[in-house]
Design a protein around this ligand. Structure first.
Ligand SMILES: NC(=O)c1ccc[n+]([C@@H]2O[C@H](COP(=O)([O-])OP(=O)(O)OC[C@H]3O[C@@H](n4cnc5c(N)ncnc54)[C@H](OP(=O)(O)O)[C@@H]3O)[C@@H](O)[C@H]2O)c1
Length: 283
């Protein structure tokens, strides 16, 4: 009896895996990269939402009881995700934890369609709706502009974002997957402070001991910059639209979900920056 964590090489699944391992709870990381995924020695299987034969193989060999899912970067992801939910449910899974985002709403295109399907299927579920991950700042793209150029380029202007650590999201996910009673609701998973990117740059300047600048771009220049950096037109437009929304304080909010579910407050950005400063300093 195992918990399947999809997105095995992503920001949350490996962290949830470590929490499960520490409690001797059986799990499998599912990744498109299969055994080659960076998994700190965690048991890993090949799982690709777009390849239904990988579903069959996985369920043939293991009894799965709960699944952690996230949005893959494919068009209309809810079509395959809902098909997979039905398949998994027919094969013994009755609890699903979905990592969505601020904009998800029941029935709305995107993760809202999956949320709606979970309710209609009558399974146990929990929808996590985190704000932006602090860990985005140590992903190769942003880590490079901070580490090499001392700059952060965004179209967020002076919008407020309650940045949240993947560590806290993962802890909440761990509870949603393993607590005896399923929550069957959604949780906004937010960090302790609403921060503008100017404030993020200020904290980074303090922690790194050199000036980091937030460069505010308009929509067209932001898309152009992302495409120049190698993103597809589609994905550059998608990310920029999220930033423009954030400039209008779409992300802004407060929530005590992390404290309620884990018993401790969410990590502050200052702590995150201190923990990760060597990454930016290594450039
Ligand atoms: N990053 C943020 O700031 C943020 C904010 C709010 C909400 N979210 C939500 O959090 C979740 C994770 O987002 P993220 O962008 O930060 O990504 P991430 O943690 O880096 O993980 C995304 C993972 O999705 C998996 N994946 C992609 N295509 C797949 C496919 N066809 N089949 C199976 N797995 C596939 C990949 O894992 P493998 O390559 O190992 O298969 C990838 O590592 C998403 O649902 C996103 O909407 C993110």
């Amino acid at each position: 009896m195992s918990i399947l964590l999809t997105g095995g090489s992503g920001k949350t699944a490996p962290r949830i895996a470590s929490l499960l391992a520490a409690q001797n709870k059986p799990f499998l990381l599912g990744s498109r990269q299969g055994l080659d995924a960076i998994s700190n020695g965690h048991p890993t299987v090949r799982f690709d939402l777009s390849d239904e034969s990988s579903w069959e193989k996985l369920f043939k060999n293991t009894q799965i009881t709960a699944v952690y899912m996230m949005e893959p970067r494919i068009s209309q992801p809810w079509v395959l995700m809902n098909k997979f939910i039905d398949f998994a449910n027919q094969n013994g899974v009755n609890r699903f934890v979905l990592c969505a985002g601020t904009s998800a709403a029941i029935g709305k295109d995107g993760m809202g369609r999956v949320w709606e399907h979970l309710i209609q299927a009558g399974v146990d579920y929990c929808v996590l709706r985190p704000s932006w991950f602090m860990e985005n700042l140590i992903e190769p793209g942003l880590a490079t502009t901070i580490g090499k150029l001392n700059k952060i380029f965004t179209a967020t202007q002076t919008g407020n974002i309650p940045f949240i650590s993947a560590d806290d999201i993962s802890e909440v996910a761990y509870h949603a997957l393993t607590d005896e009673k399923s929550y069957n609701c959604d949780f906004r998973i937010l960090g302790p402070e609403n921060l503008t990117y100017d404030q993020i740059a200020e904290t980074l300047s303090e922690v790194l001991g050199r000036e980091i600048e937030h460069v505010k771009l308009d929509e067209a220049n932001r898309i152009h910059g992302l495409v120049q950096a190698g993103l597809s037109n589609y994905f550059a437009g998608f990310l920029t639209r999220l930033e423009v929304l954030a400039s209008e304080d779409f992300e802004k909010g407060t929530s005590n979900a992390v404290e309620r579910m884990t018993g401790h407050p969410p990590k502050s950005f200052k702590t995150f920056a201190e923990e990760n400063k060597d990454i930016w300093l290594s450039y």
